[in-house]
Design a binder for this molecule. Structure first.
Ligand code: ATP
Length: 623
């Protein structure tokens, strides 16, 4: 599975440059999303940063005033007095005022820093939840065929990373705004003394910025190209450590095989990441040094100017202090901008996912599902190919399911039985022909209305790690609190005696994922799934291999109830078991996506075709 895929090709420089600038295109959209989470918290977070931004310049300037005042006072040659007496001394009052202001600034800085952590924490949590909810809500609107494509899985994986790991982007962007403001105020202070210093410092930081931008883009490109490999690694990790797979893993001794495959994938990925990290380390170190050299050159000039008397000692403290900060702040600002740029690239994936539209377009003028069905459900010359494949899974299919009729579909593996169910429920659209209910095309119906009138149990139904009641209520989730309905459905689907044996009855969590969870046998799960179908008052009941795991008595019971329940409703049953199939009013034999023969059990046996042949084969097994 894992091939050491070659590093992705480098796009031309124009594209690279456009991408580097384009990464922030989605930031306003992200900001709107944050704002929607809580306008009050967003405003508070920004206001607190505004206060924090000007604080360092103010503190430095007050520091300069203190130093100058101390030098002034020490030049007055006061007689020795106590600190208290000196404090009450007139000339000291101004110094005390500056110190008090500095103290107030420090307290304010401390308070705003703490308040920012609090506000950001609250806002971040809301934002992360909002992002996860948007992902889930949007995923629910997409079609099955989109989920089955690996491109969508890759995009979803990257979008999820935005939901789980990229949430700091918000805090980082706010911090950048704060740091930028601080840098402006500090630079304005330094500019008043020597504008060239700021210019030199900015120029000296340019190489480091360019380097960071380059390596961040490279890093993202590598991560993006490796999405499929990472998904495979997640898959291997998951099957290697889940209770669901533990049984086969042990019996087939798959542990070493999985570990080996994971290790191979991880080693390739690590080697590519390491190469990039090393190149980044070397270049960033070199570029960083250019900034430091510029900084120390300027520092020496400031000291020299002070020694020469062009600057006061207060000026020296202010300038050197401002300069240290400006140097650190500008470096971190430039770094921050490029780092957030690389994170902002994930926003692309996140919003690209949110912008995906379902492929099955809703009908422009919807017609209600004809309930109850008076005549029939018809497949008229239907043809269908799965997206991305050339083979027709279904071709020239004409099929009729009359009102109140039970039709059984039989056919060898891959004949197209489940595909018919997917088309009937509009999980996929036919490429040719049409499907109608009493003459109304499925395409003209509202999707939710259509699905509300059909009860389906697929052969690979889901075993939810939820309580027994919830597992049954899944069939009609808006009736979750309707205990009587859940119990009635459980009786019809034979799940009530399964539930009766559970220590916590209907409140018993099922599966192994939840605390107190109880695992059921295959047949017991199937009874739960059949009960799900009974939760719906469906006009068409579709059971795809409903009784494959049931014992003979349970199977007979299920069909007896099915017949009793239907009262004029149609049913489509797919099965390989002839004991199930023979009870149907009509049996349709499929081959290569077409109807080969159809009729009652007796008619088909008399006909002596494929059905008779398959029936004889199975019957021989029992003799
Ligand atoms: N998601 C898919 N993408 C591509 N091809 C698919 C997909 N699902 C099924 N097929 C192909 O379509 C054909 C019909 O499959 P279908 O699941 O309808 O068969 P079936 O009659 O239900 O088989 P079985 O008895 O094994 O359940 C098969 O050749 C299968 O390989």
């Amino acid at each position: 599975m894992t091939q050491a895929s070659p590093p992705p090709a480098r796009p031309p420089w124009r594209t690279r440059l456009a991408r580097r600038f384009g990464v922030y295109a989605h930031v306003p959209r992200m900001f709107r999303q944050i704002w929607r989470c809580s306008p009050a918290l967003t405003v508070s977070s920004m206001a607190l940063r505004l206060v924090q931004a000007v604080q360092p310049s103010l503190a430095l300037y007050v520091g300069k005033l203190i130093v100058d005042e101390v030098i002034h006072l020490s030049s007055l040659h006061m007689p020795p007095i106590t600190l208290l007496a000196w404090g009450l001394h007139g000339p000291a009052m101004r110094l005390e005022g500056w110190v008090a202001l500095e103290f107030a600034l420090i307290i304010l800085s401390d308070l705003t820093a703490r308040a920012t952590v609090l506000v950001d924490g609250l806002l971040n949590e809301r934002y992360v939840n909002d992002v996860s909810l948007s992902l889930m809500e949007h995923a629910a609107t997409l079609d099955l065929q989109q989920f089955e494509s690996s491109e969508l899985q890759d995009l979803l994986e990257r979008a999820r990373r935005q939901a789980s790991g990229r949430n700091n982007l918000l805090v980082q962007l706010f911090n950048i705004a704060k740091v930028a403001l601080t840098a402006i105020t500090l630079a304005a202070g330094v500019m008043a003394f020597a504008p060239w210093m700021v210019v030199v410092l900015l120029l000296a930081l340019l190489p480091a910025t360019a380097g960071e931008a380059h390596f961040n883009a490279e890093g993202y490109r590598l991560q993006r190209a490796k999405t499929a490999e990472r998904r495979e690694m997640d898959y291997l990790r998951n099957i290697g450590s889940s209770a669901e797979h533990a049984k086969e893993l042990k019996l087939f001794g798959l542990g070493d095989f999985l570990v080996g495959r994971f290790r191979a994938a991880a080693t390739t990925l690590m080697a590519q990441n390491r190469r990039l990290a090393l190149r980044r380390f070397v270049w960033s170190g070199l570029f960083g040094m250019i900034g430091s050299v510029a900084y120390y050159t300027i520092y020496i000039v400031i000291v020299w100017d002070t020694v020469q008397g062009r600057f006061s000692v207060g000026d020296l403290t202010f300038l050197s202090g401002s300069f240290v900060r400006l140097h650190t702040i500008l470096s971190s600002l430039l770094l921050g901008v490029t780092q957030t740029a690389s994170q902002a690239q994930y926003l692309d994936d996140f919003f690209a996912f949110l912008d995906l539209r379902p492929v099955i377009v809703p009908a422009s003028a919807t017609r209600p599902f004809p309930s109850p069905i008076r005549h029939s459900i018809r497949f008229e010359n239907v043809g269908f190919r799965y997206p991305g494949t050339d083979r027709w899974a279904i071709r020239n299919l004409d099929l009729n399911i009359g009102a109140g009729e039970t039709v059984a579909l039989v056919g060898e593996n891959g004949a197209g039985k489940t595909t018919i169910v997917k088309l009937l429920t509009r999980l996929y659209e036919p490429d040719e022909g049409r499907i109608t209910v009493d003459g109304v095309s499925l395409r003209d119906m509202d999707l939710a209305d259509l699905r509300a009138h059909i009860g389906v149990i697929f052969q690979d139904f889901v075993r939810y790690s939820l309580t027994a009641a919830e597992n049954i209520a899944i069939g009609r989730i808006d009736a979750l609190s309707d205990t009587a309905r859940i119990r009635a459905a459980a009786r019809e689907g034979l799940a009530d005696e399964v539930v009766g044996r559970l220590p916590h009855g209907y409140d018993q969590p099922l599966g192994k994922q939840l605390a107190r969870g109880r695992e059921l046998s295959g047949g017991e799960w199937q009874k739960i799934a059949i009960s799900r179908a009974y939760m719906r008052d469906a006009d068409l009941l579709i059971l795809d291999e409903p009784t494959s795991a049931l014992d003979a008595r349970a199977e007979a019971d299920v069909f007896e109830r099915l017949r009793a329940l239907r009262h004029g409703k149609a049913a489509l049953v797919i099965s390989h078991r002839f004991s199930t199939v023979r009870t149907a009013e009509r049996i349709v034999v499929l081959e290569h996506g077409r109807v080969l023969e159809q009729g009652t059990h007796a008619q088909l046996l008399a006909h002596g075709g494929r059905y008779a042949e398959l029936f004889a084969l199975q019957a021989a097994g029992y003799r």
